[in-house]
Ligand binder design. Structure first.
Ligand code: TRP
Length: 325
C-alpha cells in the first residue's frame, strides 16, 4: 500500500546537470518506492519567460531522456508533459477566481522575475503560482517534493486550497511540502548554485573527457596557493563533490589534503575519474534510449493518458461544486 500521492514538476531545461540530479531527480527516484508519483514536465510554465520557445520540444525530450535514464520509471510512476493534459488550464482559470491579486504581487518569486525580465512582465508570469496550484490540485497530490526556493509557491497553493474549499466545499487536497533532503549544490565556481544559465554545471550525459575538462576548472580552497600549503577540505567545493561521488576515498582525501600530501590538480583528477565512473551506467542507458526518441514520446503520451483519467475526475467535481452548468 502506497503512502499517498506525490506530484512534482520541472520546467523543460534540456539536459540535466548533477545539481539537478542530487537536488531533485535522485529524490524523485527514491519516492517512487513508497508513493504513487506523478512527475510532470511543465512546458506551459516555461512559456512565461518567452525565450527559447522554439527549443521547447527538444528541451522536453532531453530532460525526459535524463529522467528515464536516471531511474524515473514509467512502470512505477506517471511521467508526462503538462500541456498534454489540458484540464490544468481549466483549473487554472477557475482557481484564478479565488486568488486575490495581492497574494500574487507580494510573492518574492514574482518580484524576482520582474527584476530579471522587466520588459516582459506578462499576465502568465503573475499567474505562474496559480498554474502551479492547478498542477498540484488537479492530481490531488498530498505531498510535493520541492527545493526551498519553491516554498512560497507551496504555501500559496495551500492557501488557495483552503480558500477554494471554504467557498465551494471540500474538493481539493491541501498538499504538504516535502523539502528535498539535500543541501544546495554549488557550481564549478564554488560560489553560486549550480545552474545551466551560469554555465557552472556538469551535465549528467557528459562524456568522461568533458567531465574531466569541466572538473579541472573547479575552484578549490582560495587560501591554498602552493602545493605545499595544507588545504581546508571543509571550505573546498571539490571536496564536497568527493563526498557525493568518492565514498571509498573521501576520508583519505580529507587527511591528504589537510596534510598537503595531495595537490588540488590530483584531487580534481580523482574526482573526474570517480564522477565519470559513477555516471557510466546512466550514460549507457541514456545513449541507448536516445537512439529511439519515438519511444520517449510514447512513454510521455502514455503518462498523459493515465494522468488524464485523474484530471477528468477532478475537473468534473470542481465544475460541479463551482456551479458551472
Ligand atoms: N515552479 C516549479 C519550479 O520552478 C516547477 C513546478 C511547476 C512545480 N508546477 C509544479 C513544482 C508543481 C512542484 C509542483 O521549479
Amino acid at each position: 500500500m502506497k503512502k499517498g500521492r506525490v506530484f512534482s514538476g520541472a520546467r523543460p531545461t534540456g539536459r540535466q546537470h548533477i545539481g539537478n540530479y542530487l537536488g531533485a531527480i535522485q529524490n524523485y527516484v527514491a519516492l517512487q518506492e513508497e508513493y504513487e508519483c506523478v512527475y510532470c514536465v511543465v512546458d506551459l510554465h516555461a512559456l512565461t519567460t518567452l525565450t527559447d520557445t522554439d527549443k521547447l520540444r527538444a528541451n522536453t525530450e532531453e530532460m525526459a531522456l535524463d529522467w528515464l535514464a536516471a531511474g524515473m520509471d514509467p512502470q512505477k510512476s506517471i511521467i508526462f508533459v503538462q500541456s498534454h493534459v489540458p484540464q490544468v488550464t481549466e483549473l487554472h482559470t477557475i482557481l484564478s477566481m479565488v486568488t486575490p491579486m495581492g497574494w500574487l504581487t507580494r510573492l518574492p518569486t514574482f518580484k524576482e522575475k520582474i527584476r530579471i525580465q522587466p520588459d516582459n512582465v506578462n499576465y502568465g508570469l503573475l499567474g505562474y503560482p496559480v498554474l502551479m496550484a492547478a498542477d498540484i490540485t488537479l492530481y490531488k497530490a498530498d505531498s510535493v517534493p520541492v527545493g526551498e526556493d519553491q516554498a512560497p509557491h507551496l504555501e500559496f497553493t495551500r492557501e488557495i486550497v483552503r480558500r477554494f474549499n471554504f467557498h465551494f466545499g471540500p474538493v481539493l487536497v491541501e498538499p504538504q511540502m516535502k523539502l528535498t533532503p539535500f543541501p544546495r549544490v554549488m557550481g564549478l565556481d564554488g560560489v553560486n548554485k549550480m545552474s545551466k544559465s551560469l554555465d557552472n554545471h556538469i551535465e549528467l550525459a557528459s562524456s568522461p573527457e568533458e567531465i574531466e575538462r569541466r572538473v579541472m576548472t573547479m575552484v578549490t580552497d582560495p587560501q591554498r596557493r602552493y602545493r605545499t600549503d595544507p588545504g581546508r577540505p571543509e571550505v573546498c567545493n571539490v571536496f564536497a563533490f568527493h563526498g557525493f561521488f568518492s565514498p571509498k576515498e573521501v576520508e583519505a582525501i580529507e587527511s591528504e589534503c589537510k596534510g598537503a600530501l595531495v595537490g588540488c590538480v590530483d584531487c580534481k583528477r580523482a574526482l573526474a575519474r570517480n564522477l565519470a565512473q559513477s555516471l557510466a551506467p546512466f550514460r549507457e542507458k541514456r545513449a541507448e534510449m536516445a537512439r529511439d526518441p519515438d519511444l520517449v514520446w510514447e512513454i510521455l503520451r502514455d503518462g498523459a493518458a493515465r494522468a488524464s483519467l485523474i484530471a477528468q475526475e477532478t475537473i468534473a467535481e470542481v465544475k460541479q461544486k463551482v456551479g458551472l452548468p
